[in-house]
Design a protein around this ligand. Sequence first.
Ligand code: CDP
Length: 788
Amino acid sequence: MAPRTSPEVGGMGHSVKRKEDPRFLRGKGNYVDDIQLPGMVYLDIVRSPFAHAQITRIDTAKALAIPGVLAVITGQDLAKYKLHWMPTLMSDTQMVLPVEKVMFQSQEVAAVLATDRYIAADGVEAVEVDYDPLPVVIDPVKALEPGAPVLRTDKEGKKDNHIFHYEVGDKSATEQAFKSADVTVKQDIYLPRIHVASIETPGCVAQFDKVMGKLTVWMTTQAPHAIRTVFALVAGHVGLSEEKIRIISPDIGGGFGGKVPVYPGYVIAVAAAVLTGLPVKWVEDRMENLQADSFARDYHMTAELAAKKDGTLTALRIKTIADHGYTDAAANPSKFPAGLFSICTGSYDFKAAHVQVDGVYTNKPPGGIAYRCSFRVTEAAHAIERMVDVMAHELKMDSADFRLKNFIAPDRFPYKSILGWEYDSGDYEGALRKAMEKIGYAELRKEQAEKRERGELMGIGISSFTEIVGAGPSKHFDILGLKMFDSCEIRIHPTGKATARFGTKSQGQGHETTYAQILAEETGIPMQHITVEEGDTDTAPYGLGTYASRSTPTAGAAGAMAARKIREKARKIAAHLLEAREDDLEWEPGKFFVRGNPTRAKTIQEIALAAYTNYPQGMEAGLEAVSYYDPPNLTFPFGSYICVVDIDKGTGEVKIRRFVAVDDCGNIINPMIVEGQIHGGLTMGLAPAMYEEINYDEEGNIQGGSFMDYLVPTAVETPKWETDKTCTPSPHHPLGAKGVGESATVGAPPAIVNAVVDALWHLGVRHIDIPITPAKVWQCLREHGVTE
Ligand code: CDP
């Protein structure tokens, strides 16, 4: 199957129709913060300055005395309705508002409701809270030591800070392989906390219609249906019933995994709307967003590789401590507490592997969300791609040759990995060779050798990652018990125009365009006559939402399957209209014709009209279909990235001179959108590799809680990305497509680190943890005797 292209590209991420939308003409967007309802009131939140403290007093009198302040809501108020705690998506519990103690700096303590946003902020200033500080646990390793303060005292019988132990692989076979290996390497690798920092912060407008008993919430969510169900489960006992809850997710200004969880602000706003009968708006400010929302990564890994002298990899072992903050609020599928970390054997053919992950509580905000990443795949790819480079250097082999020797060969697919996954398709050698050719690998190695002679520091780093996206087969994948299928419902109207609704939710990645393209190709209806809708639980079919690059593998496939059901009915109607046998009809996009006589044809528009005006006796009217697609497997996109860096010995500054990214996501629906996904993803991979990190001091004070310290790269820091592709279709996806949204964020960081370490290996440098700041490199150079 050739790669898919379409001349009818509506734009990068938005369909043409949007330009005519009156909201845009008014200069307004379709964001939560743009919503204005009569009588709307505003919510602002009091936050804790302490990372761990007993609350001894909350005095609301001064706040309530401010004209315009309507109420101050505390944990005690919510406790009356049993709404002060809520479940997380990992079946842990999270405070909505505390009644006893706070667990991290910036945690929600109380909420102020006022007639105006600024008055609400004044109210927050006026609420007096007394705290009694408690011992703070920041280091997850220390959190596991005997005698460490137990943080989750709310959990009866909990005697430590351990959340879960996850283990996969054959421990003894792996031990054996390490014992008999010619060469072994071991490396501690830390992936620090980072934050998605999406353009729009989370927020909502909650409106409760007391007459109808109906709650409508416009909210920044990537998974509206799942959120509706969670709201119904959490608040069913106070009368919120699922059919009376409508979640609308408008344009949400970027999600990247950070808008999957339910944040306390949403719940408080809903409670306030139901109790007061007034529409309530809550929108986080930037600092609240950076300091208190869910975080990603925070994986402390110890990785080991074993190999033969000739460079054949034999075994992999990884032990990880995962810092989840004070609650496990990750959005992993429930059977996978460590997400899909077990994809860590990557693109290589291992005979033995063993992986352990332990989740730990600390006094930090909830962690473990998948920042542009399919459930811990970024951590897995970082570990394996770093370790492969360490081993190649140890064996004094070229890192490209070493990879080529150990790749899973193209004829081994479908390939069963030693940790249990069945990779659908791949050609890793093809992608790496293309990247090497594009960048001029052999010449660069020559240049590097010459520069090294002259004492200059130049490095070449490769990352040949494999991802696992598209959760998932429902047999294995669920969140809170909800199976991870996805859906599409198509309605063809009498004039041959279509409305299609999906269970996913675009956050700027262009579903309006690509889904319309899929349906246009499958039905023959021009894409400008197909309206794609997502994100409204009152209209869209149930789905699990968009994250982890799952939309194309699941909902995209559902679109194709629903369209094919439409075509089957259309064939029957066409046979009736043409007075021909169904088997004698042939399809070409847009019409059925009688085999051998192309002029005897009925277009999809004529068939659509007949579906309402002239359909066969006994057939139901209409031309509609719905598909709830349960993928038979995940898809395994991959790529090979090569990064070239020059390092300034005087300042430690790393300059990315070139970066070539060859990606393979199977058949491409829209090349321009995929290109945009890769560009954005690469910059979001550059970010943690070089700039972004959130740390805490020993008292739990956040470092990196504003954009002054949390360094999101801009166009100035971003190098020129040189992209290319190979195409290895997925054999099980109806369109041969694989997901792509996260590939570049997953693949880029190890390529950058590998390039930097490659430049410094001859000095004795073995590893640098990200972010690779000039200060770190400068320090490293001094420690290894470079004094210039
Ligand atoms: O779930 P999410 O939409 O974030 O990720 P995705 O399924 O990887 O898709 C990202 C965007 O790229 C969507 O607009 C897809 O339709 C498009 N895409 C494509 O055109 N061809 C592919 N093979 C994969 C994705």
